[in-house]
Design a protein around this ligand. Structure first.
Ligand code: PMP
Length: 370
């Protein structure tokens, strides 16, 4: 470790927490309710599965190094130039590379407390220093959400990059497109603002639209998206960013050749073309999200408002035993101690049958305490 550059020396390897592989082995197929990773229980479009299978015939060939077909389809979908789109092996890869390209030792990266964990990792791995802005208070309308004033105030002369997710994981909190535009107007043009929209397809609040519409106005804006969530393709590892073509060209310099595999390119293009599937996923999630939040609040639990496909629930006491009891009952939550929220669990919104299993397991675990 002493040979590694200073930023990497202080890093810990990603710890998935629960041993999901062992858990899956321990339960009959389809019986384990996995609500720990904000995946899409409805799965991908059947068209995406068909395209994936068809692409298997070309596994001995390298894929299109430029991902031209998928980038073209994404450009048409978002109404931007193809040159402004960069593909990643998941949006995680792009988030890491953004810090690698735009920040380094002696420079700062700004993110919010309770922001997505990868931002701190990306900053550290690049050798930069993370400056964490305080989040909104628990009593706010958006408990623990991004405080855009605090984020703006945290930007200093050495700041090169700001990461924010909208909606944010793990809180589910969000802010409107107008508030984002006001924030961007306060950020010096030398500072890149990365708006992570991993959960944007799930949004139902009309005040929040994709930040893609702000790209022409703010050349320092980068928007990241993913096929892992609403498109139901987390296993394929495909994400993308949208930015001014000049900025995208810089990112292309560090992109590994063939970073997105052939079946992934094919399946994502088919998934993108099936927006009816995405609309069904959004509608199902919106209904189930509300029903689950209501059911949890009826149990006197503190549920953070969410525009994602998950809920942050505060149990007001150490949630580790509760997480253990849920797992024993075959329901997988995401413990939040790593985020400094040991009294909270993050619960993905599943299908109705899965949410019912979750509530049954919760009731059994909470037992006499209610
Ligand atoms: N951003 C946010 C806010 C996320 O929650 C996640 C996944 N948990 C990602 C990015 C990364 O997703 P992927 O690499 O699968 O695109």
């Amino acid at each position: 470790a002493a040979l590694a550059q200073p930023g990497v020396r202080g890093l810990c390897a990603y710890d998935p927490g629960l041993d999901l592989v062992a858990l899956r082995r321990g339960w009959p197929a389809g019986e384990l309710v996995e609500l720990g990773s904000n995946e899409n229980s409805l799965g991908p479009s059947p068209a995406a599965l068909a395209a994936f299978a068809a692409a298997a015939g070309d596994l001995h060939r390298y894929p299109d190094p430029l991902g031209g077909t998928l980038r073209g389809a994404l450009a048409a979908h978002h109404g931007v130039a193809r040159a402004g789109i960069v593909l990643g092996n998941g949006s995680h890869e792009l988030l890491m590379q953004l810090a690698q390209v735009f920040a380094g030792p002696g420079q700062e990266v700004v993110a919010s407390r309770f922001g997505f964990a990868v931002y701190a990792l990306a900053a550290q791995a690049a050798g930069a220093t993370l400056r964490q802005a305080e989040a909104l208070p628990v009593a706010a309308a958006m408990p623990r959400g991004h405080d855009l004033d605090a984020l703006a105030a945290a930007i200093g002369p050495e700041t090169r990059l700001v990461y924010l997710a909208n909606p944010n994981n793990p809180t589910g909190t969000w802010f409107g497109t107008g508030a984002l535009a006001d924030f961007l107007a306060r950020v010096p043009p030398r500072v890149l603002v990365v708006v992570d929209e991993a959960y944007l397809e799930y949004v139902t609040d009309p005040a929040l639209r994709s930040a893609v519409e702000l790209l022409p106005e703010f050349p320092n804006l980068v928007v990241t998206r993913t096929f892992s969530k609403a498109y139901g393709l987390a296993g394929l590892r495909v994400g993308y960013l949208l930015a001014a073509p000049g900025l995208a060209a810089v990112m292309e310099r560090v992109r590994e050749s063939f970073n997105v595999n052939g079946p992934g390119l094919a399946a994502c293009a088919a998934a993108l073309a099936d927006q009816a599937h995405v609309a069904r996923v959004r509608a199902s999630n919106a209904g189930e999200r509300e029903a689950l939040a209501d059911a949890l609040r009826a149990r006197a639990l503190a549920v953070t408002p969410s525009q994602g496909n998950f809920l942050l629930v505060d149990f007001g006491r150490d949630a580790a035993p509760l997480a253990g009891a849920l797992v024993a009952a075959g329901v997988v939550p995401r413990p939040m101690a790593g985020y400094g929220l040991p009294t909270c669990l993050r619960l993905s919104v599943g299908r109705r049958d899965e949410n019912r299993r979750l509530l049954q397991a919760l009731d059994a675990a909470l037992g006499g305490s209610r």
